[in-house]
Ligand binder design. Structure first.
Ligand code: ACO
Length: 376
């Protein structure tokens, strides 16, 4: 019998092999299926990245065209789901809405109970198309506007921004948003992906696994950090206040959102790319102050506490400059990460073993019940 070890938070515990994502935390490198994210951001689109994550190779021209067409034709939400969105309280948390709506998509999906790779690829494609439409449609409904019909001629990134605002976005905005979608698409066994794999390991269905992953992503120590970063920047207000804010926050032992990472100790490579995207986007936006404040906060936190920014730090001023409402920053991560979640689910189903760890019991030793009412 092997001796059990206890690792709170499963830090550095390896629970499976995977061919999808490689993270070198010491050197700050991130590869999807062997491709460096710098190359993918430079040369590929989100659609190509999704294909790569699902299939282990980049698509041929015809395959990419076919995926683009499938995504475009699946963007329209089923009328029942649209009606559901209209019935939700307008003040609902957008991640709660997304979780509930994805679960409902599962009720209506013709492949719901089929866990074959072919059926799961069809569901993955529909989910990529529709997580985007759900996020934008609910936003339109809650601000009292009609949801915008999707445009099949637009890329995934461009169509998201279009369905959000009703205006065709500029090329420079689409490029920056597409790059963010590539960067957020996959990240090994982060909390939400691990959650998805745990659910799938019971041989439950893809929509159940994705609904659970959305719940995990919502938390402020995971995807929720993105929104919290923007709230922090708004609290600071302007670059000159960053030093004083940092001193105060550290004295109060506040957790600084968008800083620190469980795996990257030398720098999150995604943060560096997002920083330059944010710089460009904010310069061309009416509110360059958020990038300038972020830079000052980064400097102060690094100087005072040695913490490094993670992926959610510079995506906050970037998303703000792209006109994305702050409380949609977390669903936007789901719009991208759905590609990675589903890739991990395909891998889990292909070679499954129930994920069932143990706990080290530290409660009281054996006690006896001595008749009713003795618990008082
Ligand atoms: N602000 C202040 N102190 C921090 C931070 C932070 N953001 N991150 C780590 N620390 C400190 C902790 O207080 C702790 O200090 P101590 O040893 O003096 O008590 C030490 O660094 C280690 O922190 P842990 O929480 O144990 O590190 P862990 O690896 O568990 O946490 C995490 C990683 C959760 C990301 C953490 O850095 C954090 O809470 N960051 C803020 C939230 C955030 O940005 N999350 C997004 C992560 S990326 C993503 O999910 C998309």
């Amino acid at each position: 019998m092997t001796t059990p070890t206890t690792d709170t938070g499963l830090q550095d515990v390896v629970v499976s092999t995977s061919e999808i994502c490689f993270i070198d935390g010491d050197r700050g490198r991130l590869l999807y299926r062997g491709f460096d994210i710098h190359d993918l951001v430079e040369h590929s689109s989100f659609e190509e990245t999704a294909f790569l994550l699902w299939n282990g190779r980049l698509p041929k021209r015809a395959e990419l065209e076919s995926l683009r067409k499938s995504l475009a034709t699946q963007r329209r939400l089923p009328p029942k789901v649209l009606a559901l969105l209209k019935g939700f309280p307008r003040k609902s948390d957008s991640m709660d809405v997304l979780r509930t709506a994805v679960s409902t998509l599962g009720l209506l999906d013709p492949d719901a109970a089929d866990n074959s790779r072919e059926a799961n690829l069809r569901k993955a494609t529909r989910l990529v198309a529709r997580v985007s439409s759900l996020t934008t449609a609910f936003h339109r409904i809650r601000i009292g506007r009609r949801p915008v019909a999707p445009r099949p001629d637009l890329s995934h990134a461009a169509n998201f921004l279009y369905m959000l605002s009703g205006r065709k976005p500029r090329v420079v905005q689409v490029r920056a948003f597409d790059a963010s979608l590539v960067l957020y698409a996959e990240h090994e066994l982060n909390a939400s992906t691990f959650t998805a794999r745990v659910v799938a390991s019971t041989l439950s269905d893809m929509h159940s696994a994705v609904s659970a992953a959305i719940g995990a992503l919502k938390g402020p120590l995971h995807g929720g950090a993105g929104e919290a970063v923007m709230r922090t920047l708004e609290e600071i207000g302007q670059p000159d206040n960053a030093d004083a804010f940092t001193g105060r926050a550290l004295a109060e032992k506040r957790r600084l959102m968008g800083f620190g990472h469980r795996v990257y100790k030398a720098g999150d490579p995604r943060a560096k790319i997002l920083r330059s995207l944010a710089a460009k986007a904010c310069r061309n936006s009416p509110e360059p102050v958020w990038y300038e404040t972020a830079i000052k906060l980064h400097e102060a936190v690094n100087r005072e506490k040695g913490l490094i920014p993670n992926v959610d730090f510079y995506s906050a001023p970037l998303f703000k400059a792209l006109g994305i409402p702050v409380d949609l920053f977390v669903p936007v991560i789901a719009v991208s990460r759905i590609a990675g979640w589903t890739a991990n689910l395909l891998e889990q189903y292909a070679d499954n073993r129930l994920i069932r760890p143990r706990a080290d019991y530290v409660g009281p030793a054996r006690r006896e019940v001595r008749g009713a009412g003795r618990g008082d």
